[in-house]
Design a protein around this ligand. Sequence first.
Ligand SMILES: CC(C)(COP(=O)(O)OP(=O)(O)OC[C@H]1O[C@@H](n2cnc3c(N)ncnc32)[C@H](O)[C@@H]1OP(=O)(O)O)[C@@H](O)C(=O)NCCC(=O)NCCS
Length: 155
Amino acid sequence: MSDSQRCFAAKEGLFSKAGFAWAIIRRHFFFSGYLHIEARLPDAVIEICDGTYISNNCVIISEGPGIQIGQNCLIGSEVNIFDSDFHGLMDRKQPAKSAVKIGNNIFIGSRAIILKGVHIGDNSTIAAGAVVTREVPANVVVAGNPARIIKVLND
Ligand SMILES: CC(C)(COP(=O)(O)OP(=O)(O)OC[C@H]1O[C@@H](n2cnc3c(N)ncnc32)[C@H](O)[C@@H]1OP(=O)(O)O)[C@@H](O)C(=O)NCCC(=O)NCCS
């Protein structure tokens, strides 16, 4: 992301970037959930840029490669975003890891899961419940498990 974008960065579990405004909205019931953002290892960084909204009960965890979320994204409730499998297929202590990059103006529906290594191009939509395992180009809608393109957005 360019230096001109204002980003929030969580490093080692701390919300450390100065000058970023966070709002906690108190509303009964729907917004009473828990948002878990965790940069788990010393080099892990999670960046969330201006104008991005994250709904309740989302889990975003980086174990090192990094998670970038661009500007003006809308992330629905109970979305999970991981840059690691956390456990290896053979050796449970050696997980596969790969950076996640979510562009600008992305809409992610409720309960979608964004897995390690996924890059999502600008203006795309991830349908509710999608399991995203591969790159998503710009200006498309993907849905399902594994997520596939169901619509191309032309303006
Ligand atoms: C992705 C979404 C925006 C698509 O809306 P749309 O463009 O109006 O899509 P359509 O209703 O025309 O559906 C197109 C096709 O995709 C399928 N589809 C739509 N949403 C789907 C989903 N979440 N999972 C799997 N398939 C889906 C439809 O069944 C349809 O398939 P068909 O052509 O075989 O009948 C919408 O379905 C969605 O998932 N919204 C997310 C809502 C949400 O979670 N908001 C956040 C709240 S906090």
